[in-house]
Ligand binder design. Structure first.
Ligand SMILES: NC(=O)c1ccc[n+]([C@@H]2O[C@H](COP(=O)([O-])OP(=O)(O)OC[C@H]3O[C@@H](n4cnc5c(N)ncnc54)[C@H](OP(=O)(O)O)[C@@H]3O)[C@@H](O)[C@H]2O)c1
Length: 433
């Protein structure tokens, strides 16, 4: 096992002996933007030397330096003298194996890959430490918003107990459009795809997988607790309908896909789901495809970070910042030594007030049936909201509930789902303060 770091660290920008050579794996949205910034806004400490992509001939551009080697031979890049490898191909396979190989050669790796870090970050950080390499992944959460650095260093003096955020720009764009234009979920999603805010297959955005990976990384870095993205409960935002925004506004709120984790002793509460958030809150302030993250500290209270969570250039800025940090000797790999090694339980059973929307075929006794199912489990109704102008055959109304556990509410709604007056299953969202 080599413990000799390949990267010779420089204490400041003035005293470096030679620029660090940089190889980019993947010339797509992120990789191309990284190459662009390195080529046009060159930092004297960093020199682009390799670009790897399958079928690279179809990707080749004329604006990179003539000395850049374009290749589709991964071995030639991994065994090259590149000091730093930027992984921008995405996915787990083969990215994980290639990153591991690079680290085992003592090569510093910078990645924007949230799935890779959420699923394998702990092992890869250990490999980096074992082989004297550096591993940085500032671009893996919230694109251009430097939140990981802020949690690790800017808020290092606090004891963070919670982190919440709008971590998926596609969902935020779709929900914002539904709210501002009264558009249906399907129409807003189609529009997001047309304008490039959503991928052709947006399922990992909509079902919460993308945000859960980012939340897992935030939890590991901010709350110093290992959480697997697979154990985070996810509720798709496709359950939100246009009518929900009208009811939410009556409650001075809007609806967003909220990712949140909260540490309580040895238990981490974590979920990614649509939630009502106050109109004047930081979470409601993320517009279009922006991201926002709120860190909650025991001593410092709430601190919010807002900015562009995706897109080639904002994400590339985060990658370049990591390149500069690596040249100065900083790494996220040290985070594993701060991770709490005791096992932690993950739960999604947050206790909050709730919003429940029913769509019913109207008849007498409906509210009484709902109240019985809820009160038999100790759940108190706070208010019943009903907008006029809907047909009695398909009547939407909303019940808000005093704070209750999400799991006991689901039990009550499961029982009610058999009721003959329901036109469709009830939908419930937490109401956040
Ligand atoms: N896009 C964003 O806004 C954003 C923001 C934050 C983080 N990220 C993360 O950044 C990473 C890259 O995302 P991206 O949006 O740049 O993806 P992308 O546009 O699909 O680019 C990926 C590039 O890698 C190439 N590639 C993929 N697998 C390969 C393989 N096995 N061998 C050789 N080349 C391969 C692709 O080539 P082909 O064109 O031939 O498929 C493509 O050029 C992902 O981990 C993503 O989660 C992206």
């Amino acid at each position: 096992m080599s413990t000799q770091p390949k990267l010779e660290l420089v204490p400041d920008a003035v005293s470096f002996a030679r620029p660090f050579s940089v190889a980019i794996l993947g010339f797509g949205t992120v990789g191309r933007s990284v190459a662009e910034i390195l080529s046009y806004n060159a930092d004297p400490r960093l020199q682009l030397t390799h670009i790897f992509n399958r079928n690279f001939a179809t990707k080749r551009v004329s604006w990179t330096n003539e000395e850049v080697t374009w290749t589709d031979d991964i071995d030639s890049v991994l065994t090259s003298e590149a000091d730093i490898i930027v992984e921008a191909i995405g996915g787990l396979d083969p990215a994980e194996a290639w990153v591991r190989r690079a680290l085992q050669r003592g090569t510093t790796v910078i990645t924007a890959n949230k799935q890779l870090i959420a699923h394998h970050g702990r092992e890869l950080a250990q490999v980096a430490q074992d082989y004297g390499a550096q591993l940085l992944f500032g671009a893996s959460v919230a694109g251009g918003v430097p939140v990981l650095l802020a949690l690790e260093e800017g808020l290092a003096g606090d004891r963070l107990v919670g982190v919440s955020g709008i971590l998926n720009g596609t969902c935020n764009y779709v929900l914002s459009r539904m709210e501002s234009h009264g558009t249906s979920f399907e129409a807003a999603l189609k529009e997001a795809q047309t304008f490039g805010f959503a991928e052709a297959d947006p399922s990992s955005d909509i079902n919460g997988d993308d945000a859960a990976a980012k939340l897992a990384i935030l939890t590991q870095i901010g709350l110093k607790t290992h959480v697997s993205p697979n154990t985070i409960r996810k509720t798709p935002v496709s359950s939100v309908e246009t009518i929900d925004f009208a009811y939410a506004r009556q409650l001075d709120s809007t609806i967003r896909q909220v990712s949140r984790a909260y540490l309580d002793g040895r238990k981490v509460f974590a979920a990614v789901e649509p939630a009502l958030v106050p109109l004047n809150s930081a979470l409601a302030r993320a517009e279009g495809s922006q991201n926002v993250i709120v860190a909650s500290g025991k001593y410092g209270g709430n601190t919010a970070f807002l900015g562009h969570g995706a897109g080639g250039h904002p994400t590339a800025v985060a990658v370049i910042s990591d390149l500069i940090a690596a040249a100065k000797g900083r790494s996220h790999a040290a985070w594993i030594s701060n991770l709490d090694s005791k096992p932690t339980r993950t739960s999604s059973d947050f206790t909050t007030p709730h919003y429940v929307r029913f769509v019913v075929k109207d008849r007498p006794g409906i509210i009484a049936t709902i109240a019985t199912a809820l009160s038999s489990r100790g759940i108190n109704i706070d208010a019943v909201l009903q907008k006029s102008g809907f047909a009695k055959a398909e009547l939407p109304f909303v019940v808000t509930l005093e704070p209750c556990g999400a799991s006991v509410l689901r039990e009550a709604l499961d029982e009610l789902s058999r009721a003959d007056f329901l036109v469709k299953p009830p939908v419930h969202f937490p109401i956040l303060k």
